[in-house]
Ligand binder design. Structure first.
Ligand code: ZN
Length: 142
C-alpha cells in the first residue's frame, strides 16, 4: 500500500555551510540542533570532492565511490525522517565538472564542502520512521 500523508510547512532554515564541512554530516547536525524531524532539504554550491553511493538492487547493498575533483552542486534534494531514533537526512546530489558533465548519486559521508547554500523546510505532523523493507533491503518509511 502506498504511504502518503498530508504535511504542512512550518519553519524554514536557510543558510550556508562552511568550507571543509562534510556535506551530509553538516546538514544532519543542523536538523538535530534545530529539532527538525520531518522535512525536506535542498542545496546548491560546490564541493572539493564527493563521496557518493549507488544501491545495487541485485546485491542489495550500497556501492560507495569517490569523485576526487572540484565539482558544482547543481542540485541536492533530500528529506528528513527518523532512523534509529534520531533525525536522518536522505539526500541525492547531481554534481557537474568543468565541462558541464554531470554525475550523481546517493549522498554519502566524505563530500567536502567548498561552498554551499541550503534551505531546510520543516513539516509538522507525525514522523516518518525508517525500518527495514524486506522487498528492497533498504530502510524505508514504515
Ligand atoms: Zn538514496
Amino acid at each position: 500500500m502506498t504511504l502518503a500523508r498530508i504535511v504542512q510547512p512550518t519553519r524554514t532554515l536557510m543558510g550556508r555551510l562552511n568550507r571543509g564541512d562534510d556535506l551530509l554530516e553538516a546538514i544532519t547536525k543542523l536538523c538535530v540542533e534545530h529539532g527538525i524531524t520531518v522535512g525536506r532539504v535542498e542545496a546548491i554550491g560546490a564541493v572539493e570532492k564527493a563521496g557518493l553511493a549507488y544501491y545495487d538492487q541485485k546485491e542489495r547493498e550500497y556501492q560507495n565511490f569517490e569523485v576526487r575533483e572540484p565539482l558544482e552542486i547543481t542540485k541536492l534534494s533530500g528529506n528528513v525522517s527518523i532512523k534509529d531514533g534520531r533525525p536522518f537526512v536522505h539526500a541525492h546530489v547531481t554534481l557537474s565538472d568543468a565541462d558541464g558533465q554531470a554525475i550523481g548519486g546517493h549522498l554519502a559521508p566524505g563530500t567536502v564542502v567548498f561552498a554551499c547554500e541550503f534551505v531546510i523546510q520543516e513539516f509538522d505532523g507525525a514522523e516518518f520512521v525508517r525500518g527495514l523493507d524486506e522487498s528492497t533491503g533498504l530502510t524505508l518509511w514504515a
